[in-house]
Design a protein around this ligand. Structure first.
Ligand SMILES: O=P(O)(O)OC[C@H]1O[C@H](O[C@H]2O[C@H](CO)[C@@H](O)[C@H](O)[C@H]2O)[C@H](O)[C@@H](O)[C@@H]1O
Length: 369
């Protein structure tokens, strides 16, 4: 079957199809300030949001949103794995496998540098019950280390930057934590290929929120302490409240605790991840902005020369997919075992397919003169 012919998204088949971004990245983001800290981008605005406008949880069907927030609830139906059924195969006509499309992807990269952006949980490490045990396998680590020899590679995670760096454990990469609100950029854009990223320039657009986030973290730990299975995670500029291990009958209580806490913090908002409620600053900053920022600071923002690829599995990754799709800048690849609407172009089923894709990409780059 010719997947290209059925792909509803614009297929970038021309070797130089990617146009310059419609909106250029603001030069004012660079250069860095003398303190070694990136200067605050002037277009970053904090918006006040009423507590009643929280993203998901206070909408009438918030409980449904909580239930559907992980493939655990959508893959299985009466014990049948729907990922093999007709619905998934039909869905793949719109989001073809990045493995079977590898030729198309590398053809579009012909003559261009590839920049690779990887989410962590659910992308490089499988989803597990205990967030502290979301370890990456050694073979995955080797694959990421290897691809980073050929293409600049960054990890963009909802976790704190320090934690995700520790999990991945590779010096060769760039890291953005707190959904992109904590970025360590290069001291200067790499000239050739670097084997070790020299850390130096921090970009933390939400730094003013740190005391507030810490306060909320402490309150949430206290208020949820009697809910069995609930876990509050400090992600530096965001807080995650996990309910994966909470009995479903208590999910409402978890949401109410979060809501009660946030009533006092109109400058914070709530989003949904996979069995997790995520509290973060009301700020025009997300993983898409982080990709844009990293491309610029790596000297890779010229779309005629660079093909960015972003691989991720979660709702917050959609901002990066959108950023790449909107300017026809590059490709988003959604990792999911079940059909899902997305702004990505391609799909991969799980972390083992992610590893296969990373290896194919490295093999291709290695084979180039
Ligand atoms: O942007 P990411 O790197 O994907 O981080 C998003 C959240 O990932 C983690 O939670 C998820 O993975 C856990 C481990 O597999 C799982 O137990 C949890 O249910 C998932 O939601 C992380 O713990 C969160 O803090 C991140 O926000």
């Amino acid at each position: 079957m010719d997947l290209k012919a059925n792909h509803s998204a614009p297929i970038l088949t021309d070797p130089t199809p990617i146009t310059k971004p419609r909106v250029g990245i603001h030069d004012s983001l660079l250069p860095y300030s003398s303190s070694g800290v990136f200067s605050q981008a002037p277009y970053l605005k904090t918006q006040r949001k009423k507590p009643g406008l929280l993203d998901d949880v206070r909408s009438t069907n918030w409980l449904d949103a909580m239930k559907s927030s992980s493939p655990r609830n959508i893959i299985k139906n009466n014990g049948t794995d729907l990922s093999n059924d007709v619905a998934y195969r039909n869905w793949m006509l719109k989001y073809p496998s990045a493995l079977t499309s590898i030729e198309q992807i590398v053809n579009n990269a012909n003559g261009k540098r590839i920049a690779l952006f990887l989410d962590y949980d659910g992308t490089l490490s499988p989803i597990v019950d205990n967030p502290d045990h979301a370890f990456m396998s050694n073979v995955m680590r080797a694959a990421v280390r290897n691809v980073a020899k050929y293409v600049p590679t960054a990890i963009i995670s909802g976790r704190s930057r320090e934690k995700v760096h520790k999990f991945v454990g590779l010096k060769e990469l760039y890291y953005a934590g707190s959904h992109g609100m904590d970025i360590v950029g290069p001291v200067q854009p790499p000239t050739g290929h670097t084997t070790e990223v020299i850390e130096g320039n921090l970009y933390q657009p939400a730094s003013e929120f740190l005391p507030m986030i810490n306060e909320v973290f402490v309150s949430l730990v206290e208020i949820t302490k009697n809910i069995e299975g609930a876990k509050v995670e400090d992600n530096k500029f965001c807080v995650s409240v996990h309910y994966r291990n909470v009995d479903e009958k208590n999910w409402k209580t978890v949401a109410e605790c979060v809501e009660d806490t946030l009533k006092n913090y109109p400058r914070l908002r709530l989003t949904h991840g996979r069995m997790v409620l995520e509290i973060r600053p009301v700020l025009e900053w997300n993983k898409g902005k982080a990709v844009e920022f990293l491309l610029e600071s790596l000297g890779l923002s010229n779309c005629d020369d660079v093909l960015p690829i972003y691989v991720g599995d979660d709702r917050t990754d959609e901002d990066a997919f959108k950023f790449l799709r909107e300017g026809e800048r590059g490709y988003g690849i959604l990792v999911t075992p079940a059909p899902k609407e997305s702004s990505a172009y391609y799909s991969l089923r799980d972390t083992s397919e992610v590893m296969e894709f990373i290896n194919l990409l490295a093999m291709h780059k290695k084979s180039l003169p």
